[in-house]
Design a protein around this ligand. Structure first.
Ligand SMILES: [Zn+2]
Length: 326
């Protein structure tokens, strides 16, 4: 048997049943964050759909080809690091839709990063999704289905991937630490990435210290933090996550929810920040981080956004403390 993805029993069961009862649809949208397991699940669905037994048995000719990634009945299109997938790539991709499957069963077309399809490309795809030849199955993977045309989503079934519980995550990466398990927010891809990244521990330690000092130290610390963010901007998402976790931990501390603190190994640092923030100023700091993260978009000015985020957070703290003193 080809091993099913861990933690996806419900979706796998749903798909297996549809194959068994011959009620499989012709297009599914698999929606979820980067790293959540969309490709793994789509790969398993495809393996089941083309398997001679319909079970991803691992023994039949089709399965052997699937395992070796040479099954002619599974065709994959991805952005390959490009900003979008254009109409020519889609036309080329679907050029074999009308042909019979090589093995006489189903032909699966998988599109990774479907949210990067241009409108023209989606319209080209729509033509085959509207009237697909028998045996054709489309699996469209995307972060948010809202990025796809309504005409596509309305003709597809939506399967949403949710974060995985810690018990499952610790099976996926057996020797990961408690901090990493919490930090990844149920995302196996993030967990695998941070556990494999030898520099992540040091980066995270430094990031927590730098963020904490924005609140506990003088103005100089604010500019050190901006420099640190700029120097590590390729880890943009991690920087915002770590900043939010520091402030979230402060809220936990203030509310007596110490067992829920994520940065438990940095208790002294969290205590120091907690000593200078009130619940209200901490909330305002959290808001300024969320706002900076939202406003960032793809092409936002990172340095400016970070600078204004820390200035607003610090001002909230100063104003709050002044009010308290009055
Ligand atoms: Zn098989």
């Amino acid at each position: 048997m080809i091993t099913p993805p861990l933690g996806q029993d419900k979706l796998v069961g749903f798909f297996k049943k549809a194959i068994r009862e011959d009620s499989l649809g012709h297009a599914y949208i698999i929606e979820g964050d980067t790293g959540i397991g969309k490709k793994t699940l789509a790969g398993y669905f495809a393996a089941m759909a083309v398997c001679a037994e319909g079970t991803a048995c691992g023994e039949c000719k089709q399965c052997k080809q699937t395992i070796a990634e040479v099954n002619p009945d599974i065709t994959v299109l991805s952005a390959d690091g490009k900003a979008s997938i254009g109409v020519d790539a889609v036309r080329d991709f679907i050029s074999t839709v009308a042909y019979r499957s090589v093995h006489g069963g189903r032909h699966v077309f998988i599109i990774h990063d479907a949210d990067l399809l241009t409108v023209q490309a989606q319209n080209a795809l729509l033509k085959v999704i509207e009237e697909p030849p028998k045996g054709v199955l489309f699996l469209l993977l995307c972060k948010q289905k809202a990025q796809l045309l309504r005409t596509i989503t309305s003709r597809s079934q939506i399967l949403k991937l949710s974060p995985l519980p810690k018990e499952v995550l610790s099976k996926i990466v057996p020797d990961c630490g408690g901090f990493e398990l919490t930090y990844c927010k149920g995302n196996p891809g993030t967990l695998i990435r941070i556990c494999a990244d030898e520099e992540f521990k040091e980066f995270r330690n430094n990031a927590v210290d730098v963020v904490a000092k924005v609140f506990t130290d003088g103005d100089e610390a604010l500019y050190d933090a901006v420099d640190f963010f700029e120097a590590n901007k390729e880890r943009k998402e991690d920087l915002f996550t770590i900043t939010l976790y520091v402030l979230r931990d402060v809220m936990c501390k203030k509310n007596g929810l110490t067992p829920f603190i994520i940065n438990a190994d940095k208790a002294n640092t969290i205590n120091a920040v907690s000593a200078v923030l009130t619940p209200a100023t901490c909330m305002r700091a959290i808001e300024s981080v969320l706002e900076a993260e939202r406003g960032m978009g793809k092409y936002g000015n990172f340095n400016l956004a970070v600078q204004s985020m820390f200035i607003r957070a610090r001002n909230a703290m100063k104003n709050g403390n002044n009010k308290q003193m009055c």
